[in-house]
Design a protein around this ligand. Structure first.
Ligand SMILES: Cc1ncc(COP(=O)(O)O)c(C=O)c1O
Length: 495
């Protein structure tokens, strides 16, 4: 390009490019952005000469310093280059825009393993009635929680703004452990406790740290989808073990045929069926795991809400040095948005795990952790859990009564002795996923029991009904509607 043509190009290019001072971006910022855009979109082609800073400043009516600063920045970013004859637009060799055909061929796609993640119906909001897993959010003592947060900030202030211990605040780990020792019979020391982003992160850590791609893991069938997802993400081969009214079913032969690296189980309240793993199966599982070098991942997600019979202790504390990684969650005892849970690591694994955890975890959420430690220490956590236990008993009873009153089909109910959900088993001809789908239109979000089954042939059919966030007074109306939907699903009536 000749110098004259360059000048003409610049005059055209710069015309009207600046807005008066005080209307937003500074003059320097406006010029910088205008030049950068012009270079990127090709209006200022590679090689074209920039006017000298004096001439540029005069043309634009800005100070020379402004122009010099803009040139310096563009030069530092590699948009322009100075040589002996002046300053020119650099050759950026922008990739040509893809042709339409190439774009179709290369339309964005996820990784193969992401494509294997099952697509499920969009998750219903927390306000949907009968949605499993949602506690009574309106009963959480928000004011007391706020006081704990304020207190933590006032007490620790700047000191707690750094990352902190990757395994969590020692105060919280000690408070969690004191509570678990009393409530669940867990045996450990605070250095074995790792604070995680919910039970889900704890499960993912167990898989990542203890199993290699291609190793075998046993899970419950039907079972918790979060555990299935964690196993799938870790590339382990999952063997789905049946569940009956005494929990996960494992024969001695299974250990001989294909011993696993990991066994995932929810022994105190099987998810979603609600059975309790019997003492003899617990002991056999502990014995066999120790003998075969396997680790049991005990997910004790809602045991705090056991309301009939004696509280069932954790497997973790049943025998000394149990080969158990104990997983817990505050999503139900506190509230889901807290996104906090914990993992208790066996002491024998600690020396190997501690440095790796230090690499994998980033700490953070320190004020929430300190506030939670306070909430537990002062007894507010215990009082809240006790109040919710009473509330959930009332809600469960109302749900059971309503099911008995409105359901005409033969059915059985399991699992209401703990937690916040029960499993309603329905005859095989009821299309449970369709009923769950139709229920959404009526503000309810029960889950289909068959959706928790990990083998091709569903072993159970029905609905998982959460009662944590649904008032007792609403149960009758809701279940009447649900019963109508179940009847209609059998006749194909879409209303
Ligand atoms: C079996 C089971 N484990 C764990 C959790 C809690 O997970 P998180 O702490 O990641 O919210 C749930 C929640 O619904 C669950 O059903």
């Amino acid at each position: 390009m000749t110098a004259q043509r360059d000048d003409a190009t610049w005059t055209d290019f710069l015309a009207g490019s600046l807005r008066p001072r005080g209307t937003g971006l500074s003059l320097q910022g406006q010029l910088l952005r205008h030049l950068r855009t012009g270079i990127l979109d090709g209006r200022l082609p590679a090689g074209s000469r920039l006017p000298g800073s004096r001439q540029f400043a005069a043309t634009m009516g800005v100070s020379r310093n402004t122009v010099t600063a803009v040139y310096e920045l563009l030069g530092a970013e590699g948009y322009i280059e100075a040589d002996r004859s002046g300053t020119r637009v650099a050759d950026l060799r922008r990739p040509a825009p893809p042709s339409a055909a190439a774009h179709v061929a290369r339309s964005p796609s996820l990784s193969a393993r992401a494509m294997r993640i099952p697509r499920r119906a969009a998750v219903a909001g927390d306000g949907f009635a009968l949605r499993p897993g949602v506690p009574a959010l309106d009963r959480f003592p928000v004011a007391a929680w706020k006081r704990c947060l304020d207190e933590a900030i006032a007490r620790r202030g700047h000191e707690a703004l750094g990352h902190g211990d990757p395994c969590g605040e020692l105060e919280l780990r000690a408070a969690v452990l004191r509570h678990l020792a009393m409530a669940r019979g867990v045996r450990a020391t605070p250095d074995q406790v790792v604070i995680t982003k919910g039970a889900q992160e704890a499960l993912a850590l167990c898989v990542r740290l203890l199993a290699d791609v291609g190793d075998t893991a046993w899970i419950e069938n039907p079972g918790y989808r979060g555990a299935q997802d964690a196993m799938a993400a870790g590339g382990v081969d999952v063997v789905a073990c049946a569940v009956d009214d005494a929990g996960i079913v494992i024969a001695d032969d299974d250990w001989a045929l294909r011993p696993p690296k990991l066994v995932y189980t929810t022994p105190s309240h099987q998810y979603p069926l609600g059975s309790v793993l019997s003492a003899s199966r617990r002991l056999a599982l502990l014995r066999n795991a120790a003998a075969h070098g396997a680790w049991i991942v005990e997910d004790d997600y809602d045991s705090e809400f056991r309301r009939s019979g004696e509280s069932i202790g954790a497997m973790q504390g049943l025998v000394p040095d149990a080969p158990v990684l104990y997983v817990g969650s505050f999503s139900k005892t506190m509230f889901p948005a807290l996104r906090m849970g914990f993992l208790i690591v066996p002491s024998s694994l600690l020396p190997a795990m501690r440095p790796v955890l230090g690499e994998l975890l980033r700490g953070g959420r320190r004020f929430e952790q300190l506030a939670l430690a306070d909430f537990i220490r002062d007894g507010r956590f215990g009082r809240h859990v006790a109040a919710m236990r009473r509330l959930y008993r009332e809600r469960r009873d109302a749900l059971r009564d309503a099911l008995g009153k409105h359901l005409r089909l033969p059915h059985t109910i399991t699992g209401g002795d703990s937690g916040m959900h029960l499993a309603l088993h329905l005859p095989a001809q009821v299309p449970d996923r369709r009923v769950a789908f139709l229920a959404r239109e009526h503000g309810m979000a029960p889950e289909a029991l068959s959706a928790f089954v990990s083998s091709a042939t569903p072993t159970c059919n029905g609905l998982v009904l959460g009662y944590g966030n649904t008032e007792a007074s609403r149960m009758d109306d809701l279940v009447a509607t649900l019963a109508r939907l179940i009847d209609r699903s059998l006749t194909g009536d879409r209303r």
